[in-house]
Design a protein around this ligand. Structure first.
Ligand SMILES: CC(C)[C@H](C(=O)O)[C@@H](O)C(=O)O
Ligand code: SF4
Length: 476
């Protein structure tokens, strides 16, 4: 019998019941809650006369709707939009009522769900982690089985601590070789999506492996797993290793003492067996990856910074041709235009993809001693959590950004999606470190270009896209 993949192992160790029709019941170790997808779930629970099954499996924070400007220090009353205010208030009320740990709006531990849970050690290797949020795949970076769920499933998990699920297929994305100087985890994942497309991972759990993945920090691995969902896979995974253990050690929710020793021992098995069988295998050479920029309205519409946007006339497939025509029109671009000719209006450095300390350091390295171009209307840096913000301030990164002309904000989802005051105006182009570039994602008519933090900072100071390596001192 062939060995097991990491996904197989995680699945097997959480399987409560397998049914003949292919569906199964799996146990959930960690449930993360935010204000958008939880109100109806709690309401359903209440109507059914039930209570959360295991209170301490839950951790909550508001993120999507919270303003990121200084006025937000005023608390919930400072949220102008009525629906947003109600959602955040409802989350607070629900967590208070059931005694669920919540980092409220102005708690220093508040932030984007996918940033705060790993930061607290609430996401651990070997766990099953769910949240009513598609980017829950982020947590797979720890060798955990993590994916998004819908609101009715949020209610089910709250009530039973279990989830009805179906086993997925196994996909291996192997990235070997050395990443060129100035090329980051974000560029790897954008290049993967450019290669396999947004449906490439459909029905699969993707394990990212290979020397280039092992060489990444935990932050970088989170960036990659975060965007698995944009490659069509609900689950992204990276095997646990010493870096994972090192990252988790000493965090508030991590096991301590003898339990820690036991856990570390158990985590050694969180790798795919050498003879494990994958249904699909994709390989990339890290050395060939260049800084990426998305030009269209889907994350697969992505190119290296030195390329030109496509010419529909050269596309034989009529369906693809139509989508190129439509995307060019929406994005206000002309066929064959150089990526480096795209003029930006706003720059957003943040989101659960790229708002951790390492991302802010990379952006600050570029911003240091430079100025945001006068043609840029706004460039904002939004830390992923209050603790990331505090760390960045301790390192003086806030000063670097402010001196360069960036705004330094309070944590939240911010301009990643138009659910709070940070948004694009129609027609504006934004260099954004987030994960989705769908039509209207950052505001009606807004035009999103997905890039790494260093590339976003470079675009801010240059006004147009530029290969960040041209700005790095001593670049070869
Ligand atoms: C609001 C939420 C349900 C949504 C998601 O599931 O991903 C959001 O976080 C997003 O990124 O689009
Ligand atoms: S930062 Fe963006 S992608 Fe992440 S959870 Fe918030 S809205 Fe979703």
């Amino acid at each position: 019998m062939a060995g097991k993949t990491l996904y197989d192992k995680l699945w097997d160790s959480h399987l409560v019941k397998q049914r003949d029709d292919g569906s199964a019941l799996i146990y959930i170790d960690r449930h993360i809650i935010h204000e958008v997808t939880s109100p109806q779930a709690f309401e359903g629970l209440r109507l059914a006369g039930r209570k959360p099954w295991r209170i301490d499996a839950n951790i909550a924070t508001p993120d999507h709707n919270v303003p990121t400007t200084p006025e937000r220090k005023g608390g919930i009353a400072a949220i102008a939009d009525q629906v947003s205010r109600l959602q955040v208030q409802t989350l607070d009320d629900n967590c208070d009522e059931y005694g669920i740990v919540e980092f409220k709006m102005n708690d220093v531990r508040q932030g984007i769900v996918h940033v705060i849970s790993p930061e607290q050690g609430a996401t651990l290797p070997g766990m099953t982690v769910v949240c009513g949020d598609s980017h829950t795949s982020t947590h797979g970076a720890f060798g955990a089985l993590a994916h998004g769920i819908g609101t009715s499933e949020v209610e089910h998990v709250l009530a039973t601590q279990c989830l009805v699920a179906k086993k997925m297929k196994n996909m291996l994305v192997r990235v070997d070789g050395q990443l060129p100087f100035g090329v980051t985890a974000k560029d790897i994942v954008l290049a993967v999506i450019g290669k396999i497309g947004t449906a490439g991972g459909n029905g699969h759990a993707i394990e990212f492996a290979g020397s280039a993945i092992r060489d990444l920090s935990i932050e970088g691995r989170m960036t990659i797993c975060n965007m698995s969902i944009e490659a069509g896979a609900r689950v992204g995974l990276v095997a646990a290793d010493e870096k994972t253990v090192e990252y988790v050690k000493g965090r508030p929710f991590a096991p301590k003492g003898a339990q820690w020793e036991q856990a570390v021992e158990a985590w050694k098995d969180l790798v795919s067996d050498a003879d494990a069988r994958f249904d699909t295998v994709v390989e990339l050479d890290a050395a060939q990856i260049k800084p990426q920029v998305s030009w269209g309205t889907s994350p697969e519409m992505v190119l290296a910074v030195d390329q030109n946007v496509p010419d529909p006339a050269r596309e034989a497939d009529p369906v693809k041709r139509d989508s190129i025509v439509r995307a060019l029109k929406y994005m206000g671009l002309t066929a064959n235009q150089a990526i480096t000719d795209i003029q930006l209006d706003r720059v957003f450095i943040g989101s659960c993809t790229n708002s951790r300390i390492e991302d802010l350091r990379a952006a600050a390295e570029i911003a240091k001693g430079r100025k945001v171009a006068s043609t840029i209307k706004q460039a904002i840096v939004v830390p992923g959590s209050g603790l990331v913000k505090a760390q960045a301030e301790a390192e003086g990164l806030d000063k670097i950004f402010l001196e360069a002309g960036f705004e330094w904000r309070e944590p939240g989802c911010s301009m990643c999606l138009a659910m709070n005051p940070d948004r694009l105006e129609s027609g504006e182009h934004c260099a954004s470190t987030s994960n989705r570039n769908f039509e209207g994602r950052q505001g009606a008519g807004g035009r999103t270009h997905l890039v790494s933090p260093a590339m976003a900072a470079a675009a801010a100071v240059n006004g147009r896209f530029i290969d960040v390596r041209e700005l790095i001192q001593g670049a070869q």
